[in-house]
Design a protein around this ligand. Sequence first.
Ligand code: ADE
Length: 231
Amino acid sequence: MQIDVLTLFPQMFSGPLTESIVKRAVEKKKISVELINFRNFCYDKNKQVDDYPFGGSAGMVIKPEPLFEAIDYLKEKRKGIIKKREFPIIYLTPQGERYNQKIAQDLSKEDYIVLICGHYKDIDFRVREHLVNREISIGDYVLSGGELPAMILIDSIARLQEGVLTHCESAETDSFQNRLLDGPYYTRPAEYRGYKVPEVLLSGNHKKIAEWQRKKRIEFTKKLRGDLIDD
Ligand code: ADE
């Protein structure tokens, strides 16, 4: 899967893309991430990406030109992998639909996606109206830009690619798979400071253990995230 990220701060991505499971996904060629600094698509002398908002308001707005130009460039560059007429061009914004595991699962099946990271006040609305076809928020709080949200999408998508997680790390039991939270885990020692691991986990009875684990998942979900069960 190809993920192209339009950002003014490509260096922010170096840590998350080069460690742990995302690194493995890249090494195994399950995902390929290209960071494109869209400042390079500003053709004025100073390569100025932003300007004052019409009508007056606080903050600066990213101009439409570099983003439209960058997408034109990508459409040409990726024409070999763009199979559908429309591929996801996603703008990360607190005004978008709230990100969740279902969206991660859907996106993980795409061959190609583009993530647009805004900065400053916003991007010109014409980009959102005429170029972007999906807007995603990672939660009801405001960050300085779309870079951290983009990294969150990339991580959650990378781990869902086939062959990235080992059997032990399997996403099957992750929280939110099947709309349930994950349950509790314990490791050695079986007793620590008088706190004991539940007996059933030491019993060796796989059927009983599976039943217990499922019961705990339901219990956790009801207690902590009743909304997942109700709707
Ligand atoms: N950009 C700034 N804040 C954001 C958020 N909460 N989600 C997605 N993109 C953002």
